[in-house]
Design a protein around this ligand. Structure first.
Ligand code: MGD
Ligand code: MGD
Ligand code: SF4
Ligand code: MO
Length: 711
């Protein structure tokens, strides 16, 4: 056989880079950037080649596994699905439907079948005990979008290609390749801002890769963004800089409550707590307002902290009040070819509350910070079985050590995952889906969050091995056993799904979406996308308000009473206590060669100097007798970890940074390379009780810790 070429979208992160894979007789020869992809323009990062490593990884599970007294045993799919359904049904029969919990991890969002057909799983389980990685991540974005624009997925994205001033708070797109802003080739796009005379300003407790490229970087004390943002709004009103004439302000309900709420928060008052001087805050507002096109973008660092929701709300207000919403170069809404909004609920906060701590759900999911206690606390309504799908919450959620114990105590657990990892090792059954290259791909989520309107479809590169199942086929297998169709209609619908899979749904959604043409020819269809293997550029984002609003009254509802009720908590949290010499606030970190917890089994990604280090400032290091490479013991309320020090002036004094997703020393996992590069899990330090109570989101940044050289 001769070498063949396959074009596809990399599905490992949100950037949706086009890649070209050459292969020969089922072997991958190379993976390169697709220069003809109009969106990613040939850009890829080092992770793209890991698609080959995952595909070929001998540790990747290809057959269902059952735990036995003599270790793991491969079993047939029929037996695996029968036993999974039996175990779930037994627990639900004895203890009620909610006694089975679910946890959905990040890669679900990058999986077309899981996204389009995930309902099959949830409808057949019928449980309210649902959890996901959303509440260690972007939950505040969804709640703000739900309140203001009427739908949790109606999230505007920074129009990076046309802005003159990009204010980046708590995001490091040079490492993460962007988030809630799908932006392949982000480095060039940020550099282009400068080339057209604009500026990039970064606010981050660490001088990151992105900060190094920016025109200005300000250190900020972790968790104090809420104060900075309040003071920026205070200045806007006090200096009469609010764009009252802008059409989007005329759409807003609740504006009149803002000036009074922000009035007490002057730059002078907040400066000592944020670490940014009052002058620099005033200057920042002046520069932001002076730019013809400006946008403020706040991400992980802002969302995943004690005031995550209020802070994201204030970021939105800053954009809105300065006339940046729905404007080129500001925050804009996409017009996706496949619009999942029509198939998803708008989201609702606090319809139900967790049993133990009374935390609110959002969109039918509870905060994952409450998962362990819901399993461990005895009583009616206790979770006794879990189904985890594409997730590793033992390494990715706060107080992972406690969750580890909780999972070990379950009556029954099923994991849909192709690795035996720190979480799935607790399962009774592991059901592994096909590899990413064995399935078709259409990014139903990230086209919706992209900085241009684009569309790209990819067929599977390799046929799935005989008998192997896709994620959605596993759901289907469970659904057929747990909730067999009851009516003729249900039977027909199930049969159709079995036959066409996500492709059938996708074709329909494309046809009837914004860029399709219904049943008339000429619009975007699966066929036309197949004939355009590099993807189709549908142009820059366009102003779309008020039509794009999902609220029936076509208004933007600011809900000031809900958000500003949280100011009492802000008042109580600051002034803060002086940090002792050995104390610090812990923040996270991402590296371009790592992806959450699950790419550490690729040798070429983990080789080189250890990346799971604790960064600390030279002054603090010296005071504690810590040098580069010293093993440091970091301790929090919930636990301790040991890892090498990386002493660097690039971190704010009194702050330490540790990346997440490491800690592969736990017994019983099967990832040989990762085990040799184990590192330590930062989520053995983060605290399940340290949350943003307004949203229920975890506060993984700003966790108080102490440091000492390990003895
Ligand atoms: N301290 C700290 N903690 C954090 C963060 C942080 O910044 N700091 N970041 C948080 C964020 S943003 C996120 S999104 C979470 C991620 O947390 P999780 O989603 O819980 O964890 P991942 O590491 O992404 O684990 C993904 C799992 O999915 C499996 N998998 C991959 N592809 C597929 C597939 O197609 N199908 C199936 N069934 N399985 C698949 C992998 O084998 C792996 O086991 O971590 C969070 N945790
Ligand atoms: N290479 C790589 N890419 C990834 C991932 C990965 O693990 N590796 N994960 C993917 C996922 S799931 C997500 S959600 C995205 C996340 O994408 P980003 O939001 O860009 O995430 P980070 O790189 O963690 O950047 C967060 C920044 O916030 C800063 N920060 C921490 N605390 C605070 C604070 O209190 N205030 C302020 N202002 N800043 C703070 C940190 O120093 C860090 O630089 O990345 C995605 N892309
Ligand atoms: S940035 Fe890297 S991991 Fe993300 S889509 Fe592009 S190639 Fe894949
Ligand atoms: Mo994430």
């Amino acid at each position: 056989m001769s070498v063949q070429t396959h074009h596809r979208t990399c599905n490992l992160c949100e950037a949706m880079c086009g890649i070209v894979i050459t292969h020969d007789a089922g072997q991958i020869v190379s993976i390169k950037g697709d220069r003809d992809d109009p969106f990613s323009r040939g850009h890829i990062c080092p992770k793209a080649v890991a698609l080959k490593d995952i595909h070929e990884d001998p540790d990747r599970l290809r057959k269902p596994m059952a735990r036995t007294e003599n270790g793991w045993q491969e079993i047939s799919w029929k037996e695996a699905l029968d036993r999974a359904a039996e175990g779930i049904a037994r627990v639900q029969r004895e203890h009620g439907r909610n006694a089975v919990g679910t946890y959905l991890g990040n890669p679900n969002v990058h999986n077309t079948g899981a996204m389009l057909l995930g309902r099959l799983l949830h409808d057949s389980l019928g449980t309210r005990s649902r959890f996901s990685a959303t509440s260690v991540d972007q939950l505040p974005h969804h709640i703000v979008a739900h309140h203001l624009f009427g739908h949790q997925l109606k999230i505007p994205v920074p129009d990076i290609d046309r802005t003159d001033f990009m204010l980046i708070i708590g995001a490091n797109p040079l490492a993460s390749n962007g988030s809630i802003m799908t932006v392949p080739d982000v480095k060039k796009r940020l550099q282009a801002i400068g080339e057209r005379g604009g500026r990039v300003v970064v606010i981050d407790p660490r001088r990151t890769e992105t900060a190094a490229l920016a025109d200005t970087h300000h250190f900020i004390r972790p968790g104090s963004d809420v104060l900075l943002l309040l003071s920026m709004l205070q200045v806007l009103f006090a200096e009469n800089r609010v764009r009252r004439d802008h059409r989007t302000l005329a759409l807003c309900d609740g504006l009149e409550a803002l000036p009074e709420a922000v009035a007490p928060w002057t730059p002078e008052r907040v400066a000592p707590h944020t670490g940014m001087s009052a002058d620099s805050i005033r200057q920042l507002v002046a520069d932001f307002c002076a730019a013809e096109r400006a946008v403020c973008y706040g991400r992980m660092g802002v969302s995943v902290q004690a005031f995550g929701l209020l802070s994201q709300y204030l970021v939105m207000l800053l954009n809105l009040l300065t006339g940046r919403l729905d404007e080129p170069g500001g925050l804009m809404f996409t017009r996706p070819a496949v619009d999942v909004l029509n198939h998803t609920g708008p989201g609702r906060l606090g319809r139900n509350h967790t049993r133990v701590r009374g935390l609110p759900d959002f969109g039918g999911e509870f905060p994952v910070s409450a998962l362990a206690e819901e399993i461990l606390t005895p009583g009616d309504g206790k979770i006794r079985a879990m189904v985890t799908v594409a997730g590793n919450p033992v390494l990715s959620t706060p107080n992972g050590g406690q969750l580890d114990e909780a999972l070990a105590s379950l009556d029954f657990m099923v994991s849909i995952d192709f690795y035996l990892n720190e979480t799935t090792r607790h399962a009774d059954l592991i059901l592994p889906p096909v590899s990413p290259l064995e399935r078709e791909h259409y990014d139903v989520i990230f086209h919706m969050l992209a900085v241009r309107n684009t569309s790209r479809y990819t067929d599977a590169l390799f046929a799935a091995p005989k008998g192997a199942l896709h994620d959605w086929q596993i759901y289907l297998g469970l659904a057929d056993r747990l909730a067999p169709p009851r009516s003729l209609r249900e039977r027909a619908s199930r049969a159709w799904i079995r036959r066409t899979g996500p492709k059938g749904l996708l074709a329909m959604m494309l046809r009837f979406g914004a860029w399709g043409r219904g049943l008339r020819p000429g619009g975007l269809t699966l066929g036309s996308l197949r004939r355009s293997p590099h993807g189709i550029d549908l142009g820059p984002l366009t102003p779309s308000l008020p039509q794009a609003l999902r609220r029936r009254d076509k208004r933007i509802a600011l809900h000031p009473e809900f958000y500003f009720a949280d100011l009492a908590r802000v008042e109580a949290s600051f002034p803060d206590i002086e940090l002792a010499a050995d104390a610090a606030l812990l923040i996270g970190r991402r590296h371009v060669r790592s992806n959450n917890s699950w790419l550490h089994n690729s040798h070429r990604l983990v080789k080189g100097p250890a990346r799971c280090t604790v960064m600390l400032h030279p002054d603090q290091a010296q005071a504690l007798g810590i040098a580069n490479g010293t093993t440091v013991r970091v301790t929090s309320r919930v636990g301790s970890i040991e890892l090498p020090a990386e002493v660097t002036p690039d971190i704010m004094p009194g702050v330490v940074s540790v990346p997440h997703g490491w800690g592969h020393q736990r017994a019983g996992i099967r990832q040989q390379v990762a085990q040799q590069h184990a590192g330590a899990s930062v989520n053995d330090l983060t605290d399940d009780q340290f949350i943003d109570v307004l949203s229920g989101n975890a506060a993984l940044n700003g966790v108080p810790v102490t440091l000492a050289p390990a003895t």
